[in-house]
Design a protein around this ligand. Sequence first.
Ligand SMILES: NC(=O)c1ccc[n+]([C@@H]2O[C@H](COP(=O)([O-])OP(=O)(O)OC[C@H]3O[C@@H](n4cnc5c(N)ncnc54)[C@H](OP(=O)(O)O)[C@@H]3O)[C@@H](O)[C@H]2O)c1
Length: 348
Amino acid sequence: MKQLTVSVSPTQDVTINTHDTDPPTPGSTDLIIKVMTAALNPKDWKVPLWMTSVHPLGDDLAGIVSTVGSDVVDFAPGMRVAAFHTVGTPYPAYGEYARVPMHMTFALSDKTTWEEACTVPLAGLTAAVGLFLRLGLPEPWKAATGEEKEKTGLVVYGAAGAVGAFVVKLARLAGLTPIVCVAGKGVPFVRSLLDEEKGDAVVDYREGDEAVVSGIQAALREAGVGDGKARYAFDAISGDGSQENIARVIAPGARVTHVHPPGGYGDYLEGTETSNTLAGDIALQNPDFGFVWMRYLGRLVAEGKLQGHPFEVIPGGLDGAKEGLEMLRDGKVSAKKIVHQIGNTGEM
Ligand SMILES: NC(=O)c1ccc[n+]([C@@H]2O[C@H](COP(=O)([O-])OP(=O)(O)OC[C@H]3O[C@@H](n4cnc5c(N)ncnc54)[C@H](OP(=O)(O)O)[C@@H]3O)[C@@H](O)[C@H]2O)c1
């Protein structure tokens, strides 16, 4: 079978290598999935660049269960599933067969397309880690009670991205309001996710930092968040001035989470609680959180309560991976996922 690795040079040239290997065998709690679709994430080019090493390509996939380990429950051969492959391990999403842990997998109904399904796992789980593990906000299954959920004042920086959009969708399912977003080309998409009657709003980062800061403050005030300062912020960009702008719109004692490790964490007020949201280590570091949230994401998708991210299919199956990675690297992707139909790769 074929599987892909990726390396990225210091000048950001992307090299994809195809490896012919034996098909994987499952560990006791693993599934082997025949991959039908895979989606790219920014990490797929950034991590090989930062680490200056070769990486198995891709962690977001949907496909058909082929074999299961001896201790696997809930899944059986033939089932349609989506999964979050464990970052850095062999048999990734961009290959004929992937190996994934059962706690990072969820079942799909026949209504969910392969393409939509593969947009959910990594970005959806990242959103859940940030909102509920790092910011400590109440999960959707907790009763909506007074102060906890009303007038929360959640800033979502980068809401048109896959992570930011799942943050907005899960925050809405949790009843949090108002959600004040920052986006650019994706403003119309973000607006479609919001409930403006409840005070949700979006400001356009292309108008400059001052407009972003004053826009967020005005939206919070308009929504009745006392002094125009948010208690929570999810920075799904963590660059391009996002930290500095967030520092200007949060209340004393606010909680802020970033998707990239601290680059100084802006100039936050003393008492601000900052954290790093990292989904890639959940499979190994917090499998219980992974289990609960992957199953829950699957149920929300099956019941139509959570939609995948908009996507663009790049033709060519595995052969289209390089083109997709270069689009991500060049910042050409707005408000959509890059998806490949691996199951359609001609020679497999
Ligand atoms: N730590 C983790 O576990 C983890 C997991 C997943 C992702 N990440 C990181 O999180 C970031 C987002 O990932 P993703 O998958 O959501 O990426 P993505 O879907 O490719 O995000 C693209 C979006 O970013 C938005 N954007 C770019 N610059 C912006 C700015 N200055 N202000 C506001 N929005 C801006 C664009 O918005 P417009 O189209 O509106 O212009 C675009 O739609 C990436 O840096 C990624 O590496 C980290």
